[in-house]
Design a protein around this ligand. Structure first.
Ligand code: HAX
Length: 441
């Protein structure tokens, strides 16, 4: 761990100085204004956060430290014989801000493997839940049980200097990332495979070992896991999972508490749970229409029925994006390469042709295009991972890379307690009547 930590420390010291200067010179510059509508409507479009790891462009999609998804494919190291980027490399990039060499990534993989042992009480905590519990509930309970190992919490209790908060945050983040695949695989095998668990293989890379522990050793599935773990890792700072992790972390809650909180947000159907909702929606459509390859006209009718029933079309729309999500495109390309005749994938591609014009015609929907969740389930089903309630757990394991590298940066940059101002409707009415107000002039 030492090499990466030293490199991070060096980068963080430079960034601390730069930001200090930047704020000294430009700290009073205005970067936006806030309307009353924004305060009531989910704060869309308000710029009020700094997240170093990635930046989302509404037209182009996500860039990780300046690199788009196609650029990551070109530049990040791959497994031997593989063509998908290794997620460890993305973690390095988000943390350090530079594309790692193959040697850097191999080192990172080895360090992660050495730290992947999960204490027994974590499994016992998961086992105490009924089998009917949602996999995300089991997963988050596992993370909370692991919190007993927090180095940050111990260091804080011992009175560590605030300048060193980042150090144990770094250690906790690393340990969490190393252990999450085992916890997630344990949840999967407990719930769906009669608790027949698979021992981790210390010679595999992070995503490969995860696939192995899930029980799917097909080399193409391992490639899918490398891709999946890479593209789901981060989506700048305002989305619910990233923002929650940052917010809870800002109270100096340790990385386990902060990440668990973020993953509770990911478990919402408007966020990460949408990946299970998409596949559920397609299965219901197939059942309703009595075919596993519905025609475009049938899909169109089903979409209209969904909207008429007052429900959302899962996997479509986004709070920031206004074009097809490049993470959807990456998955579609994977599908076209590995399973061009797969009926479920073909249905996803037909849905992609049918849904956008219908959503556009509704008028109020700002983004009619697919997001990351519209495709992932169909690829997973192809390799036998059919238990769709588990899909958000996969997302959560990947998301750890982004939100935890951000949390390390939060600590290194001494980001303070987050505490925006709120108002009441009564105070708004008084302000509008010119009778005084509770916020600035
Ligand atoms: N189907 C039907 N209606 C939709 C819609 C969709 N896919 N997307 C947006 N709308 C509706 C909204 O519900 C809203 O309706 P009301 O005014 O009646 O409340 C209206 O269109 C305007 O919404 P918007 O401004 O376009 O979108 P928001 O920023 O409010 O919400 C969401 C963004 C992602 C939550 C939204 O598009 C949605 O619910 N999509 C379906 C669920 C989904 O796929 N979520 C995953 C998003 C990506 C992600 O975080 N992955 O983890």
């Amino acid at each position: 761990m030492g090499v990466l930590k030293d490199k991070f420390k060096e980068k963080a010291q430079i960034a601390q100085e730069e930001i200090k200067e930047l704020l000294k010179e430009h700290g009073t510059k205005v970067i936006g204004e806030v309307t009353l509508a924004q305060a009531y409507q989910g704060m869309r479009g308000i710029t009020g956060l700094v997240t170093e790891t990635s930046l989302l462009d509404s037209q182009e999609g996500i860039r990780f430290r300046g690199y788009s998804i196609p650029e990551l494919y070109e530049k990040l190291p791959k497994a031997k014989g593989g063509s998908e980027p290794l997620p460890e490399g993305l973690f390095y990039l988000m943390l350090i801000g530079e594309i790692p060499t193959e040697e850097d990534v191999t080192h990172l993989t080895e360090v992660i493997q050495r730290r992947s042992h999960v204490p027994l009480h974590v499994f016992k905590a998961i086992d105490s839940l009924p089998l009917t519990a949602h996999p995300m509930t089991m997963f988050v309970v596992g993370i909370m049980a692991l919190q007993t190992d927090s180095n940050f919490a111990k260091a804080y209790a011992a009175g560590v200097n605030k300048k060193d908060y980042w150090d144990t945050t770094f250690d906790d983040a690393y340990l969490l990332i190393a252990r999450l695949p085992h916890i997630a695989a344990y949840v999967y095998r407990r719930k769906y495979k009669d608790s027949v668990h698979i021992t981790p293989n210390g010679l595999m890379d992070w995503a490969e070992n995860f696939a192995h522990m899930l029980g799917i050793d097909d080399p193409d599935f391992k490639e899918l896991m490398r891709m999946y773990m890479t593209i789901h890792a981060d989506h700048e700072g305002g989305n619910v999972s990233a923002h929650t992790t940052h917010l809870v972390g800002s109270a100096l809650s340790d990385p386990y508490l902060a990440y668990a909180a973020g993953m509770n947000g990911l478990a919402g159907p408007l966020h990460g749970l949408a990946n299970q909702e998409v596949i559920k929606w397609i299965y219901e459509m197939q059942e309703n229409l009595g075919t596993d390859l519905p025609a475009r006209e049938q899909i169109a009718q089903y979409v209209h029925d969904t909207l008429t029933a007052g429900k959302v079309v899962p996997g479509y729309g986004h709070a920031v994006l206004r074009k097809t999500d490049p993470r959807f495109t990456a998955q579609m390309e994977f599908g076209k390469k590995h399973m061009p005749e797969d009926k479920l994938c073909r249905t996803v591609w037909n849905v992609y042709e049918v849904v956008p014009p219908i959503l556009q015609s509704v008028g109020k929907i700002k983004n009619p295009w697919p997001n990351v969740d519209a495709h992932s389930g169909a690829l997973l089903v192809h390799y036998g991972l059919v238990e769709y309630e588990f899909y958000t757990v996969l997302f959560a394991v990947s998301r750890a890379l982004g939100v935890l590298s951000s949390l390390i940066w939060d600590r290194a940059l001494a980001m303070p307690l987050e505490r925006p101002k709120s108002v009441t409707t009564e105070s708004v009415k008084q302000w509008l009547d010119g009778k005084g107000h509770v916020w600035g002039d």
